[in-house]
Design a protein around this ligand. Structure first.
Ligand code: FAD
Length: 277
């Protein structure tokens, strides 16, 4: 950590023993940067419950702070309550609280409709034990009925007790600054840490971005697309773009950076070094 800013790295729970071993190596490489915490995602509807817990405990066992993600859609209060209690029993004090997406084929949405209800539930049942992070969308959530409604819904999560927020990734720095100004104007004072997604593979990034509402600027999309199978050129351009973005965000006052690592240390480490963190 530097200058009281918060830096963190996100992983997904590996499904195979090879994946577990690889993540261990990735973590060792990233631990040298002394992040504030490592977070671990949670599969929709609790599908990775055990994998998330196992990864979190391993991180904690290595002496690092771990923040499990927890999504509530399709869950009951009892099942979420049991997960929270399990984390608390293990001394975990940091949660990324999300609604999640309804998995196809799931019947009923369960007892929580939106993330603000999960935040309120965590506060109701555990007081201030957990530091609660929530998600923010500088380019707005794909299901938002309007930009204004999405801002109001973000504010709802803060009023329910969120301590800080991590954004969806984006490649337009202005979207972040506009979002922060808009929520500050509504009285929100919590830190809003931008999420940075390195560019490793164009088709995968385009698919993710279309699904989550993150815009790949036209000039960047066309250039990346034109590289075809030339992974080295895609990565080289991606490193330039993401480093410049990180630099703009930090020099514009962002309170840190959250890196979406996809369980790989290489690109993230290069961005980190180029930013001189
Ligand atoms: P919410 O804040 O509940 O918002 C969802 C939508 O509902 C928005 O359009 C919002 O405007 C609207 N809304 C919110 N509250 C209300 C209300 N009271 N009334 C009417 N409309 C409302 N997904 C996973 O499955 N696992 C993960 O581990 C995971 N980690 C993530 C980490 C980060 C940092 C981010 C940015 C996203 C992550 N996601 C994860 C994706 C996330 O679950 C999806 O984007 C999901 O669609 C929305 O979750 P949310 O918590 O932002 O929902």
């Amino acid at each position: 950590m530097s200058q009281n800013r918060t830096f963190s790295f996100e992983f997904f729970p590996p499904k195979t023993p090879e994946g577990v071993a690889k993540l261990r190596t990735t973590r060792q490489q990233l631990a040298q940067f002394k992040p504030e915490f490592f977070s671990v995602t949670f599969g929709a509807g609790g599908t990775t419950r055990d994998g998330t817990l196992a990864a979190v405990l391993e991180i904690q066992g290595e002496g690092h702070a771990a923040a499990p993600h927890l999504s509530c859609i399709g869950s009951t209060r009892d099942s979420i309550g049991a997960i929270l209690q399990e984390y608390r029993n293990h001394g975990i004090r940091h949660i990324v609280a999300l609604r999640g997406d309804i998995p196809s084929g799931m019947v009923g949405i369960g007892e929580f409709r939106y993330a603000n209800e999960l935040v309120a539930f965590i506060r109701e049942t555990h007081g201030d034990w957990f530091h609660i992070e929530v998600a923010a969308y500088p380019e707005y959530h794909p299901q938002a009925t309007s930009a204004a409604a999405d801002i109001d819904n973000f504010v709802r999560k803060v009023e329910a007790g969120a301590d800080s927020a991590i954004t969806q990734y984006f490649y337009n720095a202005d979207a972040y600054f506009h979002f922060v100004d808009a929520v500050r104007a509504k009285g929100v004072t919590i830190p809003i840490v931008p999420g940075l997604m390195p560019i490793a593979n164009f088709s995968q990034l385009a698919r993710f971005s279309d699904a989550c509402g993150a815009e790949i600027p036209r000039w960047l999309r066309l250039k990346l697309q034109a590289y075809g199978d030339d992974i080295a050129s895609i990565r080289a351009l991606g490193l330039d773009v993401v480093t410049e973005l990180g630099d703009k965000l930090l020099s514009g006052g962002a309170p840190g950076l959250h890196f979406y690592t996809l369980n790989q240390a290489g690109l993230v480490s290069t961005v980190w070094q180029r930013l001189g963190l």
